[in-house]
Design a protein around this ligand. Structure first.
Ligand code: 48F
Length: 518
């Protein structure tokens, strides 16, 4: 007899679990942010970071999420919050009651489940029953991910569980493991930091101190919640949770600021437009805005995301002849980027293919050299060089359209030779690379560099000259059209030289019969 439920059987159920889990896991092998610990501070941080469209994974060793937030203390499930923490209860829609002035109480299960639900609603993904085991450390000791294993494996005797862990990469990691401060402790084991161990209880002081100390403790690693008391020797606080929620909120703010570094924000488009109008008097200059928002129809987003994902360079030493079909996660990532919900980190694209894609976004009637379409992006791209048979990062690719990369400007031209020599030493010694950058301050263009707009003007002029005379470059190292390969050359050509353009190019600009629009 037919039942009420759909006629699907065991195999479909199993296949669904396996494939859905595998797809999600594969996607989250590379994240913007990994949070270790799904207690109140980790959940709050994750919720607020994911709310901005950022890719966040919470790694939790238990099956259940929530850490100590289910229970107030002494196995009693009423949680207390001191003012101003009730603001977060309001934000999450958690019912509560003021008991005495400034002290609020809520039901643990209600508060905790609402916080978990809000994290999920905002797009946080979870790897539960997953235990943090170690860190991924890259150049200069920067934290670049976590090594994890299944929790049950760590609980079994070694002789029956010789199972290697796996690693997940992230731009940022947050330690939200509570009193254990497991992530920071790993750094300590490696001699990269020290922890003090948490102090005795003092509720009135500890909450403020936790908020004050929330922040980055090491490049790429932020700490939130009770882990801070272990790191800095702050008093423990007992069963009150306002500081956990507010510390998570602060950690999210700091993480988002860090994640936004390297974006094109520092570029003053209006300043560039004024410059172009001054230099090219007869030319109409127009700012169009985000080409995806303008020219990509809603139903074209997925296809465009797939195409962009397939321009990703997997290996800088292998020329990609036929592109592989990108993974689901890579397409989703590009979709979020197109919709302006996240940014590119560490992804390298094929510049010429990217240009071809952007070409398709240009209105048909404008696909000629009469129009100088210039597109700014913070995507990092590269072009293949037959000489040494590898891809090289580039600041710009000229054509229709010309694309200029703000991250390329930082990453593509080589830094001073001494910098690389010292960098090797710093890496061997595990020293802070930021300190090294400080030593070379001004010698190269960096993220959020206030000289960025000025420098980009030269690249915009290269794009203009490409359209005008078919050659964007000049041999004169003091001319803004010089094709610089070293940062020192960029700084000289764009900022240091006594003249802007060489005689020939200046004359071309002055005499130019500009018929094009832009
Ligand atoms: O302990 P926990 O709730 O940390 P929190 O967010 O909040 C602290 C309060 O609960 C309370 C307090 C203030 O009122 O004193 O203690 O700072 O949540 C920490 C989470 O991290 C997980 C752990 O299971 C818990 O859910 N965790 C700890 N170590 C690991 C881990 C690990 N190695 N791998 C994965 N998860």
């Amino acid at each position: 007899m037919a039942g009420n439920f759909s006629p699907v059987g065991e195999k479909e159920v199993t296949r669904t679990i396996v494939s859905e889990f595998a797809t999600q896991f594969a996607e989250y092998v590379e994240c913007d942010c990994i949070i270790v610990g799904g207690g109140p501070s980790g959940l709050m941080a994750g919720r607020n970071i994911a709310r901005e469209g950022t890719k966040v994974l919470i790694v939790e060793r238990n099956n259940y999420l929530g850490g100590g937030f289910w229970i107030g203390g002494y196995l009693m499930n009423k949680v207390t919050i001191r003012h101003p923490g009730e603001r977060i209860l309001d934000e999450l829609g958690i019912p509560y009651r003021e008991v005495v002035g400034g002290l609020f109480v809520a039901d643990g299960p209600h508060a905790c489940s609402k916080l978990i639900a809000s994290a999920c609603d905002n797009g946080v993904k979870f790897a539960n029953m997953t235990i943090f085991d170690d860190l991924v450390l890259k150049e200069g000791g920067r934290v670049a991910g976590v090594v994890v294993n299944w929790t049950p494996i760590s609980a079994l005797p070694k002789e029956i569980t010789c199972v290697d862990p796996v690693a997940l990469e992230a731009t940022l990691v947050i330690d939200a493991t509570g009193h254990d401060a497991q992530v920071v402790r790993k750094l300590e084991e490696r001699g990269l930091t020290t922890t003090k161990g948490f102090g005795a209880m003092w509720v009135e002081r500890s909450e403020d101190l936790i908020l004050e100390h929330t922040g980055e403790v090491h490049p790429g690693l932020i700490v939130t919640g009770m882990a801070l008391s272990t790191v800095y020797g702050l008093p423990r606080m007992g069963p009150t949770f306002g500081a956990m929620l507010l510390s998570g909120e602060i950690a999210a703010k700091i993480a988002l600021e860090k994640l936004h570094e390297g974006a094109a924000e520092a570029l003053n488009i209006e300043g560039i437009v004024q410059y172009l109008r001054k230099k090219l008097k007869q030319v109409e200059v127009e700012v169009r805005g985000d080409p995806f928002a303008l020219y990509l129809p809603q139903d074209g987003v997925l296809d465009c995301a797939r195409k962009i994902a397939s321009t990703k360079i997997q290996d800088a030493t292998r020329k990609a002849s036929s592109r592989q079909e990108p993974l689901y996660g890579e397409i989703e990532y590009e979709k979020r980027r197109i919709l302006g919900k996240t940014r590119a980190f560490g992804v390298l694209y094929d510049g010429l293919e990217l240009q071809r894609l952007f070409f398709e976004l240009i209105p048909r009637g404008e696909r000629s050299l009469e129009f100088v379409h210039i597109l700014f992006t913070n995507r990092l791209f590269a072009t293949w060089d037959e000489h040494d048979r590898r891809y090289h990062a580039r600041v710009s690719v000229y054509g229709i359209p010309s694309i200029i990369s703000t991250t390329g400007l930082v990453e593509a031209p080589a830094k001073p030779r001494d910098y690389y020599l010292l960098k090797q030493q710093y890496e061997v010694l595990g020293k802070d690379l930021l300190e090294l950058k400080d030593r070379f301050k001004g010698a190269f263009i960096d993220y959020e560099d206030e000289r960025l707009t000025e420098v980009v003007k030269g690249y915009v002029m290269q794009a203009v000259f490409y359209s005008l005379v078919g050659d964007p470059f000049c041999q004169d190292s003091g001319c803004r059209l010089y094709n610089a390969h070293w940062q020192e050359e960029v700084v000289f050509a764009q900022l240091g030289s006594e003249y802007e353009f060489c005689q020939r190019h200046r004359k071309l600009l002055e005499d130019g019969e500009w018929a094009s629009k832009g």
